[in-house]
Design a protein around this ligand. Sequence first.
Ligand code: SF4
Length: 278
Amino acid sequence: MARVEVADHAGACFGVERALKLVRELRAQGDGALSTLGPLIHNPRVVAELEADGVRAVAGLGDVEGGTLVLRTHGVEPAVEREACARGLSVVDATCPFVKRVHKSVALLAEQGYGVVVVGDAAHPEVQAIVGYAPGAVVVAHAAELDALTLPSRVGVVAQTTLIKAQLDEVLAALTGRVRELRVFCTICQATAERQQAAVELAGRADAMVVLGGRNSANTAHLASLCAAQCARTFHVESPDELDASSLAGCELVGVTAGASTPAAQIAELVSALEELA
Ligand code: SF4
């Protein structure tokens, strides 16, 4: 029978727990419409539960029907926050303090005349919000993308909080020697770094690795790719139903980790299901 082991630091991070608590408290107060700008966290099951409890995830400000608007952990561009206030909405900011720190860092770099480079996924809402604090900033995911850019002599760098550190190192190595002055704020959050290290360590010992979390979650996708590099039998799932006994056939150790938007209850549910399957 296979053993199931959960990696250290798996699951919901400080910023996600904080945002969920805030929204649940607002819901409990129960006065008026409550919306989040985009899904509160990148976990479709949690977002569906919130929706059933009357918390609407809206795509844009035009979809908000008054009441209270919660800004999610990823943060928003300052212009969006200003517009929400101008529309008379009661705005509650659930942006993770670690993301706020990135906003302050890029604003400072821009103010001091650095060309700002954000290392991350340009399509991710966290990165789009960061760029809002330093208009003109460029976003690169990999060093090769720097080749097409004309860089100023002074460059300041920040990273998306959930980035894989090797990706940041690759970009920094490419910038070194290309610019006269390079200033780096290492903004990968500690929770991400710890979760990734523990997942890689477990994946190196496991016969199969199950990574639990939303497919729209960047940090969960990063975990899955790091685990896959160590353990060929890596599965990224949103729910235990996606696995069957054949997935784990012949395994002695099944490792589990979970993205920063995955609550402890979902991890416990997965572990029970895996123990039954194994
Ligand atoms: S992963 Fe880090 S930066 Fe992102 S919400 Fe969690 S604690 Fe905050």
